[in-house]
Write a protein that binds this ligand. Structure first.
Ligand SMILES: [Ca+2]
Length: 353
């Protein structure tokens, strides 16, 4: 709907401008023309914003106060794991203590194609800057409830990981300040390199002073038309700052939302206050409707995701052996068939005598 409104506004604006220039009157009509032009431009800007027609909070995928029965009751949509505990005000993934791992995972597989996830989180602790760790991660993955080295979750994961990394493990690289928020898409073989803060597989990110912040800290993940945008709000200004923008990112459906965290020698309190999932309703072109769903996550035109495509195709050597064994198989079957036929014919001949 939004696109159509925008187009009609543009043509309306064009025809109106022509009329304005042809107007024989001076001053008053010119002023009127100016007002109407401004009005059309403003309504066009509003229409552009309305490209996403509606947003719906989906409670079944959201984690928000009051966390009644979270992780315990059978009707809860979330499971807790490791050191994660629920209080009245937050879900604490890890306390400010060494060597802890905790997570919270949605029980319901997720099938929406266009969505927005707003995460309200809090990371704080006693440690001085860069003497704290390790951060937390937000997930939308095929697997759930697994322990591991990636902020308390498994490595070689399949799906989306958003990392709020608070400790610079690779202290030789000085390319980024910490805390650093980054995006990674796992296809089941790509590895998160903890010693290098995931630099090799990262798709984008930004520095965000989200630790020991005096303001509420939020991140926003929007996924729509195979484009993922990550925004942060950590400065108490109630405005989103762009952090990463990745086009051509293809995520299968049926995955699970989660949040996890780990501490090592260094620690922090890692809390999730809410994770709110909104369904985005937008108009699709027929081509977009036909856009086939992927079974393995990938980003278009990125070499690190091409591996899977090659794996699925048969190599020349494989093809040769498949053909060879097929021919041999047919040959063996023919010989056996002839033998059985010969035996049958002989038996029949014997019966006549
Ligand atoms: Ca790190």
């Amino acid at each position: 709907m939004g696109v159509a409104v925008t187009k009609s506004n543009q043509s309306r604006l064009r025809s109106f401008s022509v009329l304005c220039s042809m107007s024989p009157f001076k001053n008053v009509p010119q002023l009127a023309c100016l007002f109407v032009t401004v009005f059309i431009l403003m309504s066009q800007a509003l229409a552009d914003k309305q490209e996403v027609v509606e947003e719906f909070l989906k409670r079944e995928y959201s984690l928000a106060k009051p966390y009644r029965g979270l992780g315990f009751s059978g009707s809860s949509q979330w499971d807790l794991m490791g050191t994660a505990v629920v209080t009245t005000d937050y879900v604490r993934l890890t306390p400010d203590l060494q060597s802890r791992q905790g997570a919270v995972w949605s029980r319901i597989p997720f099938f929406l194609r266009d969505w927005e996830l707003k995460v309200h989180f809090k990371i704080y602790g006693q440690g001085k800057k860069n003497f704290n760790g390790d951060g937390l991660a937000i997930w939308l993955t095929k697997d759930r409830m697994k322990n591991g080295p990636v902020f308390g979750n498994m490595n070689e994961f399949t799906g989306l990981g958003i990392f709020v990394d608070t400790y610079p493990n690779d202290d030789k690289s000085h390319d980024r300040a910490f805390p650093y928020i980054s995006v990674m898409l796992g296809n089941g073989t790509l590895s998160y390199d903890h010693d290098h803060d995931g630099r090799s597989a990262g798709l984008g990110g930004c520095t965000a002073m989200a630790r020991n912040a005096i303001f509420d800290t939020f991140l926003l993940v929007r996924y729509s038309r195979n484009r993922l945008t990550l925004m942060v709000d950590v400065e108490g200004k109630q405005e989103w700052k762009e952090c990463a923008d990745i086009s051509g990112l293809r995520l299968p459906t049926g995955y699970f939302f989660g949040a996890s965290s780990a501490t090592g020698d260094l620690s922090d309190n890692h809390d999730i206050i809410s994770m709110k999932l909104y369904q985005l309703t937008l108009e699709r072109t027929p081509e977009e409707e036909e856009d086939e769903e992927v079974t393995i996550p990938r980003v278009d035109h990125m070499e690190q995701f091409e591996v899977n495509v090659q794996d699925e195709e048969m190599s020349g050597v494989q093809f040769f052996f498949t053909l060879l064994f097929s021919i041999l198989g047919v040959g063996v079957l023919a010989v056996v068939g002839l033998m059985v036929y010969g035996r049958w014919k002989e038996n029949r001949r014997k019966r006549f005598y």
